[in-house]
Ligand binder design. Sequence first.
Ligand code: PGA
Length: 250
Amino acid sequence: MRKPFVAGNWKMNKTAAQAGEFVSQVLPGLKAVDGVEIVLCPPFPALCIVSQNVDGSAIGVGAQNLFWEASGAYTGEISPAMVKEFCSYVIIGHSERRIYFGETDETVCKKVKAAQAIGLVPIVCIGETLAENEAGQTGEVLRRQIRGGLAGVQVSDPSKLVVAYEPVWAIGTGRAASAEGANAVVRDFIRPTLKEVLGADAAQAIRVLYGGSATAANAAEFFRCEEIDGALVGGASLKPEFIQICQAAK
Ligand code: PGA
């Protein structure tokens, strides 16, 4: 009953010209996948061209960040309305934003609320570092990120909020989590905390994705897991391989 969901997080890759070219290349393959919600998240300057290129298809477009204020003197920031002009989705609280740009559970929460207020679907990223994992703190960290990042958030339509579990040690390392391990984390820590914060119905209905070195070679293992509803794909979303990952989610 949870529709499979696959998003490609291009991070700081591809110029607008490269993005347009890539989308033309993969669009026929992506369009041929049905039953999967597919979203491309290019860098800001490529949002316009990518949204034009996917127009008329079921492929969605997402930004990788936004700022919560509506307008004003915030040099370098992008408002929810600016994102909404081209996108229906937005990635919030990616670990790279937390690590390199000082984002916290509190700023994540403000961004989630701003995204929802303008009708964007937030893809909220959570995940523990290697040190936290090795110290046995995974559950504690995820609970803190969910309680803080979703504090006071209302979910009237659970298909309009997505959570991505991305263990930091698995991102860009070629060292994906084991599918069973990730499934257990979602089952034992993430859904119970979503239940506590958003209620039982929402916790069951919200899509929880896996992210971290997901590839065409390992995606099917994750998608077979009961608690995992799709993937947030970084490196492999920059290549035509992304089509195979979307196919595997069917
Ligand atoms: P990766 O990145 O697939 O390159 O590991 C995933 C992510 O950071 O969303």
